[in-house]
Design a protein around this ligand. Sequence first.
Ligand SMILES: [Zn+2]
Ligand SMILES: [Zn+2]
Ligand SMILES: [Zn+2]
Length: 144
Amino acid sequence: MKYSDYKKLLKNHHLRITDCRIDVLEKFHSTDHALSFKDLEDELSDYDRVTLYRTLNSFIDQGLLHRIPNDSGMAAYGLCREDCTEEEHHHDHVHFKCNLCGHVECLPNYHTPVIDLPNYDIEESYLILNGVCKNCKEELQPVS
Ligand SMILES: [Zn+2]
Ligand SMILES: [Zn+2]
Ligand SMILES: [Zn+2]
């Protein structure tokens, strides 16, 4: 994506254009896995924590990112590729967490099963698959 595409994306989600927002978006678009707040802090050290934190939250509020709870104790954040808006997120995809590299990935082509629970109101549901990701799997291949 080009600089102008990021600008357009921010505009479409009713966000003012700032350097930090552009840099954070770029970071998410240039990696194939979800990022934690710590990843952003480490990689975008020009910005202070508060600015990064606010940026992250504004992206969640405006439907650009979604939060992915997982067992690492640190939430990961993934890009919304569906048509999420400031009104609501629509996610029903499965996530994968690699036990070796710790990366969390969105699997947009796989959907969480719908569970019909009479007398209960389900507000959120997450399905995280744990295992070995394709990058780590390649590294595990024995070299002959
Ligand atoms: Zn979303
Ligand atoms: Zn891995
Ligand atoms: Zn996701």
